[in-house]
Write a protein that binds this ligand. Structure first.
Ligand code: ADP
Length: 453
């Protein structure tokens, strides 16, 4: 459940602890070494001072005076003679350490220096300061500094650093809880929302996030929920319309079939009813074919095979095909093209587009009006226009006529024989060609459909 937050916390805490430990170790070492360097420096300075006093005023009194000065506190002093023998010492215990200072016994120390620098495993750090008064009087002033204060400092440092480390871990956990609240809770909410969506429940409520990626993700999920809900509604409406579209002709057909089966009918009457049944069957066949076309287009399983062909031949073939139906209804069809040029398109699909538009133009035109079918070229694009002087389309419905099964005034449209799928197919085909379609229309004056490929 909280995997991200745990991972995040682990990475964050581990890297922080590594950094913190390195930093603390560096600081710790630095403080201790600075302190020890100070002790070395002080010990050397004091020892060399005592030695100089001893050289300048060598006497029993001076010796006693030096020892007295170091008798109290953490320091001590031993003054040795020519043979390494102890002349004076501030503390007898210090004399036990002397045998371990082999460098002194061999008189290897010629200058002031620290002869025992180790502080961790020794109770004292020791400096040696050679002196020579005359042939018989020479030796060392040995200064002892107890390592206890340094160890005290190290203990204190360890305690405080441990305290700081602990405090940092607590702070890290506080940061972790805040992070998990602000970062992972919205993620968990979004996960729950998507699970709800996959169960078909679209009423997801997500908190409005900020301008960051989480906020954008939340907006995207809410949009997805709205889109899915709309699509589900559209699908249900579409299914309801289809069943209605299919059941209406079927009801007619069954009704007329029953009438046609009656024995008391004349041959003429029976033929009339059979004609109606045949017409309704044709309508159903067209409807099912159109539905299948649309389903194919939705699934992108149909292919557009583009090729080059002549506009003149294309337009004239269509004109010859449809002109008789126009003449039958007494509608004038004008074919307009200024030049013959090559179109790059799928000829069969383009024919389907134009036939649909011309079919509508004829359906919704009154007698003794004119329909214009024009093909022209506009900046490398082919423009096909079908203009009629028919009933027109109400302005508020212009945007909807490309929707599947949409018909203006269903009952009247039905009397024109439409199914409401023609323009939806046209739009899909035009878009599959990478083109656009637009409509201009005025009620009772006519409509103009412009296809640009
Ligand atoms: P139909 O098969 O019903 O004509 P279409 O998808 O081709 O379906 O058209 C959708 C609706 O758009 C039609 O029902 C009709 O009301 C309107 N329409 C389409 N073309 C025209 C036109 N040229 N003049 C007026 N109305 C039109």
């Amino acid at each position: 459940m909280n995997k991200i937050s745990k991972k995040l916390a682990a990475y964050f805490i581990i890297s922080f602890l590594v950094l913190e430990t390195m930093l603390m170790m560096y600081l710790h070492q630095n403080i201790v070494h600075t302190r020890i360097d100070e002790e070395y420096f002080r010990l050397l300075a004091t020892g060399s001072n005592h030695r100089n006093v001893l050289i300048d005023h060598y006497s029993d009194e001076t010796l006693t005076h030096i020892v007295l000065m170091e008798a109290e506190g953490d320091r001590g002093v031993i003054i040795t003679g020519k043979e390494g023998d102890v002349i004076r010492s501030s503390d007898e215990k210090l004399e036990d350490i002397l045998p371990s200072l082999s460098t002194l016994q061999n008189s290897l120390v010629q200058n002031d220096r620290i002869v025992k620098p180790e502080w961790e495993d020794s109770p004292y750090i020791i400096s040696a300061h050679p002196y020579k008064i005359d042939k018989n009087n020479s030796g060392y002033v040995l200064m002892f500094q107890s390592t206890e204060p340094i160890e005290r400092l190290v203990r204190k440092l360890n305690f405080h650093f441990g305290l700081a480390g602990g405090a940092i871990i607590v702070i890290l956990f506080v940061i972790y809880s805040i992070l998990s609240k602000f970062l992972t809770r919205p993620l968990i909410k979004m996960k729950e929302a998507t699970e709800k969506l996959s169960e078909g429940k679209f009423d997801v409520s997500l908190p409005v996030g900020g301008n960051d990626e989480l906020g954008e993700l939340s907006i995207a999920i809410r949009k997805l929920a709205n889109d899915l809900e709309r699509m589900k509604k559209e699908r249900n409406e579409f299914l309801a319309s289809i069943s209605h579209e299919l059941s209406t002709p079927l009801t007619y057909m069954i009704g007329y079939l029953k009438v046609a089966m009656r024995h008391d009918l004349s041959e003429e009457e029976r033929n009339h009813y059979l004609m109606i049944i045949a017409e309704e069957s044709d309508r159903m066949k067209d409807l099912v074919k159109n539905l299948m076309d649309l389903a194919q287009m939705d699934e992108m399983t149909f292919v557009v095979s583009k090729m080059n062909f002549s506009t003149r031949k294309f337009a004239e073939d269509i004109y010859r095909l449809v002109e008789p139906s126009f003449a039958l209804k007494n509608v004038n069809l004008d074919l307009i093209y200024k030049e013959d040029f090559q179109i790059h398109a799928d000829p069969l699909r383009l024919e389907q587009i134009v036939l649909n538009l011309l079919d509508n133009a004829l359906k919704y035109s009154n007698v003794n009006t004119t329909v214009e079918f024009e093909i022209s070229k506009e900046q490398n694009r082919t423009v096909i226009t079908v203009t009629d002087e028919g009933i027109g389309i109400p302005e508020e419905q212009i945007d909807m006529i490309f929707e599947k099964l949409f018909r203006i005034e269903k009952s009247r449209s039905r009397s024109f024989g439409g199914s409401g799928l023609g323009l939806a197919i046209v739009k899909e085909l035009v878009e599959a060609h990478g083109g656009t379609i637009e409509v201009k229309s005025e009620m009772r004056k006519g409509s103009k459909f412009i296809v640009k490929l």
